[in-house]
Write a protein that binds this ligand. Structure first.
Ligand code: UD1
Ligand code: CA
Length: 452
């Protein structure tokens, strides 16, 4: 049967105390909405509809980045989750099949759980994903018995007895598109928050004699994020799982609790991560590579046998081939370092290509930006860049060439040549004493001693 996914992402997130729409807050380097969409994508839905509201433009852009085929609709006023689903209905015109609604602030739903939810539709007209909460505060409570569901009561509307229930609503429901469209208009807003609650759909379905059921999932998959504290707790949970997964994959970490992963970090077997290594999105570290303490990596690829850090920064487009060494206080951006190249101390390599086994001396930098455009620096295989060389791009240093320390290289250096581009040293024997005497005389004072 065909499947449509509706993702609600219209809340402005007042409780985050932020100008940023709630679903754009990042978890493990990606917006909450990205996580929700990726969870849904595992079901390979035929259609995806994202409901946006506050900050609609930015939310739509994030939705398209995660799911280019998604239809984006706008809920003009935040009137509740049922109203948000109603805003999605026009985008489902002509669609026949099941609809899964999930919330953009619920990032950890697993593919197996969603598949189970969908499979349960064979037994019920409407299925809700529930979970046993250690602390149910803030969640809707599920009313019913066993797998059968009678209704959902929101915390603000619950009696003390209902609040004692720990079986909670994850916010994910699955039902048939036609039923969804039929039941939504029956939902009113006579409740504590004055909102149209999607959760009321269960009671509406039961009133029509339809069967509603619960599928349970682990609490960590159902976490919904309303506050900064909850977002931080979710981040902690993500990191704990990512560290455990890396360890299981054969990654060594001396201080795993200090290593920060992103949603897509890929680290190979026998790689070593030192303390306080931070990964932004888009990093692959191959097997056997070593990232020493206090490095920051994003959008880069580190090959087998490479050694990075301590205190190095790899920015987007940094590509380190096998056995490359990038040492302390070295920054690499949009640069390819071929096999065995070394930049061991205090360097900046931006918009560059460094040949195999080339050596970049301490304090050398590519001057890649002229205030308007970025330019490339090409360094040949086996070249030796002397310490404190400024490579003013666009410029090319040939294979096996050398630059003298302190050179400002503005013109190409042929293969095998030495380029010296600095003032020639002059040595004046005995100069210092004569010079100081002249200065003292100029002050027109009798010179009484050595002090002055
Ligand atoms: C909701 C559920 C609650 C459940 C919890 C799970 C309702 C009424 N309550 O409560 O039973 O336990 O999620 O996390 O559904 N949104 C819109 N438009 C709106 C309102 C909300 O798009 O008008 C979106 C928000 O962006 C959010 C999601 O819907 O992603 C849920 O809204 P939120 O206000 O966070 O609901 P909760 O109070 O957490
Ligand atoms: Ca929520």
């Amino acid at each position: 049967m065909a499947l449509a996914l509706v993702v609600l992402a219209a809340g402005e997130g007042k409780r985050m105390n932020s100008d940023l729409p709630k679903v754009l807050h990042r978890l493990a380097g990606a917006p909450l909405l990205w996580h929700a969409l990726r969870a849904g994508a595992a079901l390979e839905p035929d259609r995806v509809v994202v409901v946006t509201g506050a900050g609609a433009g930015a939310v739509a852009a994030a939705a398209r980045a995660a799911e280019p085929g998604a239809a984006i609709v706008t809920q003009n006023e935040r009137r509740g989750t049922a109203d948000a689903v109603a805003a999605a209905l026009p985008a489902l015109a002509g669609f026949a099949g099941d609809v899964i609604v999930l919330y953009g602030d619920t990032p950890f739903l697993g593919p197996a759980t969603l598949a189970e939810l969908r499979a349960a539709r064979a037994r019920h007209d409407l299925v809700v994903l529930g979970f046993e909460a250690a602390d149910p505060r803030g969640y809707g409570r599920l009313l019913g018995d066993g797998e059968s569901l009678e209704g959902i009561v929101e915390e603000a509307d619950a009696t003390p007895e209902e609040r004692a229930i720990t079986l909670c609503n994850s916010g994910v429901i699955c039902t048939d598109a036609a039923r969804l469209a039929g039941l939504l208009p029956e939902i009113g807003r006579a409740n504590a928050r004055g909102e149209f609650y999607l959760t009321d759909i269960v009671a509406r379905a039961r009133a029509r004699g339809l069967l509603a059921g619960v599928v349970r999932c682990p609490e960590e998959e159902a976490l919904g994020i309303n506050t900064r504290a909850e977002l931080m707790a979710a981040e902690r949970a993500f990191q704990a799982r990512a560290r455990a997964a890396a360890a299981a994959d054969g990654v060594m970490m001396a201080a795993p609790e200090t290593v920060i992963f992103a949603y897509d970090t890929a680290v190979g077997r026998d790689a070593i991560l030192g303390p306080h290594v931070v990964f932004g999105p888009g990093v692959t570290v191959e097997t056997g590579a070593e990232i020493r303490a206090f490095c920051h990596l994003e959008g880069c690829h580190v090959s087998r046998g490479a050694v990075v850090g301590p205190f190095a920064r790899l920015r987007p487009g940094a590509e380190l081939a096998e056995d490359v060494h990038v040492g302390n206080f070295v920054e690499v951006k949009n640069a390819l370092l071929h096999e065995g190249a070394k930049a061991n101390h205090l360097a900046y390599l931006g918009d560059a290509e460094v040949g195999a086994r080339a050596n970049i001396g301490a304090g050398s930098i590519t001057c890649n930006y002229d205030g308007v455009g970025k330019h490339r620096t090409l360094i040949g295989a086996g070249a030796f860049i002397g310490s404190d060389t400024m490579l003013v791009a666009p410029v090319r240093v040939g294979a096996g060439a050398m630059t003298a320390s302190g050179s400002v290289i503005t013109a190409d250096v042929p293969d095998g040549a030495l380029a010296v581009a600095r003032a020639r040293q002059e040595v004046k024997p005995g100069f210092v004493a004569r010079f100081l005497a002249r200065l003292r005389a100029a002050r027109a004072e009798p010179t009484r001693g050595e002090d002055g």
